[in-house]
Design a protein around this ligand. Structure first.
Ligand SMILES: [Zn+2]
Length: 339
């Protein structure tokens, strides 16, 4: 039973013989997530049980040759990397993204990885950094912006370097897996909702539908949904902001080739070749919700092409410039509270 192949299409769980095994596997994967601390799987019992559940339903050919964790990660990664430019199966496996417990409308797990801060770079005795800057990095909230997810996988590969390790991270490369995995990748989720117009900005109920009808002329690619955070994917981002309490949010998009910024600190000037240039503030957008109304800075990185990756050197320059800007400009909430 290749359960993931059913997740991207309309016939979710269409095979009745698969239903029990699929559901039990999903539940076990969710419970396995509870054992993930700072990216390391500390208890493999649940994952092994998940693999056993798979084996008892049928015997996929790879099950005997891959460890249970690798088998599960391979099952998520295989359909995803088939859609992403310059991301190999090994890149995805090595990222060690794990299920968050949240799933898309079609039931695909929303995958993320946590990294604890490990280096103490503050050496001045008076700095007394109580906690590292917390960064929420998300890609692919629009499913057809493939480079926006691919570049996050590339950056996940840089997380073990000292420059990244002074920060605490939560990284979700693909927030809208159903959009990416649709027969033809699409911006919206499986309900046809533009997740980046579904966040609860003030007066959403009036402003978001009115903006959609009047300004976008009811563009189906920009439908904000029937209610704020009506979608499991935007709900996950919303809940993650509440629980993780990031000091800064980086959301990667394409193809406008600029940086946009919302929030209470100094905007970035440039990351790599990308220059700061306002794209706009929309009812229900993440930048509007978080940056304007919750005072959590949001950097929107708009890569120049949705399907063709920037050169590797540019991928690294954007990364380094971003870390430098965060370090210079983003205060932790503990520091803000002291002001
Ligand atoms: Zn976008």
């Amino acid at each position: 039973m290749r359960w993931w192949t059913q997740l991207g299409g309309n016939n979710l769980f269409s095979s009745t013989s698969s239903v029990v095994a699929c559901v039990s596997l999903m539940l076990l994967i969710s419970s396995a997530n509870a054992s993930v601390v700072a990216g390391a799987v500390t208890n493999t019992a649940a994952a092994s049980a998940a693999a056993s559940a798979t084996n008892s339903a049928s015997k996929p050919p790879l099950a005997s040759t891959l460890s249970p964790n690798l088998k599960i990660i391979t099952d998520w990664c295989t359909p995803l990397v088939a859609r992403l430019p310059k991301v190999s199966l090994n890149d995805c496996r090595n990222s060690k993204v794990m299920p968050t417990g949240a799933k898309s409308v079609n039931g695909f797990p929303i995958l993320a990885r946590d990294f604890a801060a490990t280096s103490k770079t503050d050496t001045k005795p008076d700095s007394k950094r109580k906690q590292a800057i917390k960064i929420l990095l998300i890609g692919g909230i629009h499913g057809d912006e493939k480079t926006a997810s691919a570049i996050v996988f590339k950056w996940l590969d840089s997380m073990q370097k000292p420059a990244a390790q002074e920060f605490q991270w939560k990284v979700a490369p693909i927030v809208n897996p159903d959009g990416l995995l649709a027969a033809k990748s699409k911006r919206v989720n499986a309900h046809g909702v533009d997740l980046n117009r579904n966040f609860p900005t003030p007066n959403w109920e009036q402003d978001a539908p009115r903006y959609w009808a009047n300004t976008t002329r009811s563009d189906p690619r920009r439908f904000p949904g029937k209610a704020p955070i009506s979608e499991p994917e935007s709900r996950w981002v919303f809940d993650t902001i509440e629980k993780f309490k990031p000091d800064v949010i980086i959301s990667v998009h394409a193809p406008f080739g600029v940086l946009d910024f919302d929030g209470p600190v100094t905007p970035p000037i440039r990351f790599g070749r990308l220059m700061f240039n306002r794209v706009g503030v929309y009812p229900g957008s993440l930048g509007n919700y978080s940056g304007v109304h919750k005072d959590i800075p949001v950097v929107t990185i708009e890569l120049p092409n949705a399907t063709v990756m920037p050169p590797d050197a540019e991928v690294q320059r954007i990364w380094q410039d971003m870390l430098g800007w965060i370090k210079r400009n983003v205060p932790t909430q503990a520091k803000l509270a002291q002001r």
